[in-house]
Write a protein that binds this ligand. Structure first.
Ligand SMILES: [Zn+2]
Ligand SMILES: [Zn+2]
Length: 254
């Protein structure tokens, strides 16, 4: 049975805009990095997966820096983690040297037979042993929250079901992961989420078509309803998980 605390956390996230699972994953990433910076920067067991992954993915690298700067000012944790990573990559790079191919008679024959095949062959260089550890932790955390959502809906928890119906719903990616992992164990919950998503998408599609139609000069006197104004935002939230306010005029500079 899901923990009461997790259910409350989920209900609270459902009251906020965007996909609740994406939101809780984001919060889990912040907590993980926060703990890393406060307690575990020098812990070899914590550092190993970071080193194995050649550091964090770009998104979580930015999060690491943002959290450290907003917490403490000097970026000591970043310096500790990335000075070792710089050393590791430098050492690994020294092992990558282009070796002159031994011109054996056999290799010459093979090359004659399949020049194009050999040209296409790509060797993998500096392959990380694992993915960004925050991404991995976040994915596991997302699956755990999804299992709670499925379990609680299956148990017909009316409070949570109503909170879900009021929410923006879960995003496409989390719907897919949830169905792949929990559809067999929680079939009624899967049916509910599938039908709920179909209803939302069908309604939003109609509203977006009305948005387009009412922007036609011939129908200029017909006013858009509030729902028709934001149907595209609801739809983008479904496809990305982001809350509506993330979609604005600002183009991020590199
Ligand atoms: Zn999501
Ligand atoms: Zn990551």
């Amino acid at each position: 049975m899901a923990f009461a605390l997790s259910i409350v956390t989920l209900e609270e996230a459902l009251e906020k805009p965007g996909c609740a699972i994406c939101r809780l994953e984001h919060e889990a990433a912040i907590r993980w990095i926060d703990t890393l910076l406060w307690e575990n920067t020098n812990d070899p067991a914590t550092r190993k997966p970071i080193n194995n992954a050649y550091g964090f993915c770009p998104e979580h690298t930015r999060m690491l820096v943002a959290i450290e700067i907003s917490n403490s000012g000097p970026v000591l944790g970043v310096n500790i983690i990335y000075s070792l990573l710089a050393k590791i990559v430098s050492q690994d790079l020294k092992k990558v040297r282009s070796q002159p191919q031994a011109q054996t008679r056999f290799s010459k024959v093979l090359r004659k037979w399949g020049e194009k095949f050999f040209q296409r062959k790509i060797s993998i260089i500096l392959q990380p042993q694992q993915r960004c550890p925050v991404c991995e932790m976040v994915e596991q955390s997302g699956r755990n929250i999804l299992s709670i959502l499925f379990e609680v809906i299956e148990a017909k928890d009316q409070k949570l079901i109503e909170a879900y119906q009021r929410s923006n719903g879960i995003c496409l990616q989390h719907l897919r992961i949830g169905l792949e992992n929990y559809m067999v164990r929680y079939p009624k919950s899967a049916d509910f989420l599938i039908q709920d998503t179909i209803n939302r998408l069908d309604t939003q599609q109609r509203q977006m078509l009305e948005y387009i139609r009412k922007h036609n000069w011939a129908y200029r006197d017909e006013k858009l309803t509030p729902q028709e104004r934001i149907a595209w935002l609801r739809t983008l939230t479904f496809f990305t998980g982001y809350p509506a306010e993330k979609f604005n005029h600002r183009i991020d500079e590199f």
